[in-house]
Write a protein that binds this ligand. Structure first.
Ligand code: 9MR
Length: 375
């Protein structure tokens, strides 16, 4: 082979590999440019929207939401306190916009939440007799779920009805209506919006005692003929205490009930938690101290890596059980928009999500995406 032939063959090899590289690149770009496209055959990928997102105030955030997510949950604006502030008075402005936003962007629209002991309008706590509370709950579900019937894909019908030991939380609903209120709520929701998938949603229900309580609750509902389509495991976890075994056991046990599992409010706190506080009981708040806010200016690369690794572990598990999982929703769009900057200690700088404060993807984002690109 003379010099020309060799160089011709070499350049062919070079061209060919450059071509293959281009093909690979465009394949990766086409199939995995975003979370929602990377995971399109597995489960929905959602985010919680705040008012600023629903009103499309920030162009970059808006583009990010549309690019990355195919499911949305309203972080606060459908809670009774906001949507039903006074007897017979409803405030649908933001909820209407939220539902429109989901529809115009072909997103899976979640309703959050119909019955919750927290973020209730003050008048509910003044109701003294059971009949009036029942009327409130009935009208609330009929009006809210009824208004968006056919437009909401799934409702968190009852939120956080359990204590950590698996017993029923002594909420205003349990105290006045007895445990039947949960069944009543599901029946009302099914009637008001027959097409919506109906979920029970709670935090820490991956942990054994509370999980047992949730399973009992769901079994009772099923035994009485109530439609329940899924369970929402919120997923407010920590990079230091993430318990994959509990999560996997929960996926298996809940799925054995014949319902879907959604991870509805996923975030991983990176901040110290000396009281071993877990979950999302919004009544727990603690003192602000500088040592409790160690990453005030930036997240060190080492912690960034731990966060990425924890998310990798989680998404590997989710993929392993993708047939049982309907949706993974992050509780916020970016680190700046996270309730964990204010809970359980106010004014901290937390980094629990996949996008940073400048709305740029973090190492954890790439890690979650890589699980799909690498295949
Ligand atoms: O993220 C929400 C935060 O902005 C509110 O102040 C808080 C009030 O209760 O609720 C937060 O969302 C909660 C969700 O609705 C239910 N599960 C726990 C979430 C975190 O507290």
């Amino acid at each position: 082979m003379n010099y020309y032939k060799i160089s011709f063959s070499l350049s062919r090899i070079f061209l060919l590999s450059a071509f293959t590289f281009t093909i690979n690149l465009s394949f990766a770009q086409k199939t995995a440019i975003s979370l929602k496209s990377a995971y399109q055959d597995d489960f929905l990928i959602g985010t919680a929207l705040g008012t600023e997102h629903i009103l499309e105030k920030n162009e970059k955030a808006n583009a990010l939401i549309k690019r990355e997510f195919n499911a949305i949950t309203p972080e606060n604006i459908m809670k009774a306190q906001v949507i039903h502030p006074a007897p017979n008075r409803y405030n649908f402005t933001l909820a209407d916009k939220y539902v429109e936003y989901g529809q115009k962007n072909q997103m899976y629209v979640v309703g959050h939440t119909l019955v919750w002991h927290s973020q209730l309008p003050p008048f509910v706590f003044k109701i003294s007799n059971p009949d009036s509370l029942r009327i409130f709950m009935t009208e609330h579900i009929n009006t809210v779920a009824g208004r968006y019937a056919g437009k909401i894909n799934s409702w968190d019908v009852v939120n956080e009805a359990l204590n950590e030991d698996g017993s029923l939380r002594k909420s205003v609903f349990l105290n006045k209506l007895g445990e039947g209120y949960i069944k009543e709520a599901f029946l009302l929701a099914a009637k008001a919006d027959p097409k919506a998938a109906l979920y029970y949603n709670d935090y820490n229900i991956e942990q054994p005692a509370k999980r047992k309580g949730a399973i009992e609750l769901i079994k009772k509902l099923q035994a009485s003929g109530v439609k329940i389509d899924g369970v929402g495991i919120q997923g407010h976890w920590s990079i230091n205490t993430l318990n994959l075994k509990d999560i996997e056991d929960s996926i298996l046990e809940f799925s054995a009930l014949g319902i879907k599992i959604a991870f509805t409010e996923l975030d991983l706190t990176v901040l110290p938690n000396p009281w071993d506080l877990q979950g999302a009981d919004v009544n727990q708040r603690f003192e602000e101290k500088p040592e409790m806010n160690p990453y005030k200016d930036a997240l060190p690369d080492s912690v960034q890596t731990v966060l990425a690794n924890r998310y990798t572990d989680l998404f590997k598990l989710f993929l392993k059980h993708k047939d049982k999982i309907s949706r993974i929703t992050f509780w916020g769009v970016d680190d700046n928009h996270s309730w964990l900057n204010g809970f359980p200690i106010r004014n901290r700088t937390n980094y629990p999500l996949l996008f940073d404060r400048l709305l740029e993807p973090k190492k954890a984002y790439q890690a979650v995406l890589n699980l799909k690109i690498a295949k």
